[in-house]
Design a protein around this ligand. Sequence first.
Ligand code: PDD
Length: 288
Amino acid sequence: MPAVAYVNGRYGPIASAGVSVEDRGFQFADSLYEVVAFLNGRFLDWDKHLWRLRRGLAALFIEGAPGDAALLQIARRLVAMSRHTDGLLYIQVSRGAAKRDHGFPAGIAPTLVLTARRFDFAQRLPQLEKGVSAISLPDQRWARCDLKTTGLLPAVLAKQEAKAAGAFEALFVKEGEVTEGGSTNMYMVDGDGRIVTHPVSARILPGIARDTLLDLARAAQMEVVERPFTLEEARAAPELFLTSTTAPILPIVALDGAPVGEGRPGPVSRRLGEMVWHEVRSQTGWRG
Ligand code: PDD
């Protein structure tokens, strides 16, 4: 079954779905999105994603999107239509379509787009064992990285550079400090085994996988320090790892071509890996 889409009330194959060329998502990136994992047919952390979407809509003054119950109903129907049990649900809300003019147009309804497509989460398990590589790049994004807007050009360019270098992720550095990855949150383990990650601020996206990981770590009495860390600290750290919806946790074993720690996943990342996947399985019943 190919990927399926919902656009403003219509369900169908993604290939025949479309929005107006005057849509403000297309014209101005005047839109927000969420990527939600579903495994074994169940959404992971649905409420947290909805919370973040609502927060973003309020911050951008986008009004008139369907309520939580309606969104869940659309999402469930789309996933059922896709016939996939494991995949990614994409939700995008733009301010709507109107004659091009920067200021908000009066009286338009937001555009709502959802897509559902297959995603192989099981590929992350061998990656968890082996680790992945990253490169560091200047963080050239805007001043509101806490909003999940579709204005992703700096991330697109950075991730392309990582891809060209054969790396899994680009690690963003702002004023000497590591903020996050191109599409992931970043962590280091310090010399005392503490988990260090940039605090929630306008410089990073408050990741849902980040939230889960920090909750699990704290519940297991692992020490968490939310503070910015420098690229130099990252280079010297025994362990680095990343999290996101599409990669709930992955150790970084090489940074800019140099090994991280011993060049293989360390004990803290491995322990967290077990905890995170246990949580994914218990929330969804996934057996992959
Ligand atoms: N990316 N930071 C950035 C810049 C991101 O784009 C993402 C997610 C994250 C992790 O957030 P979460 O744990 O909520 O997925 C952090 C999504 C998956 C994407 O753009 O595809």
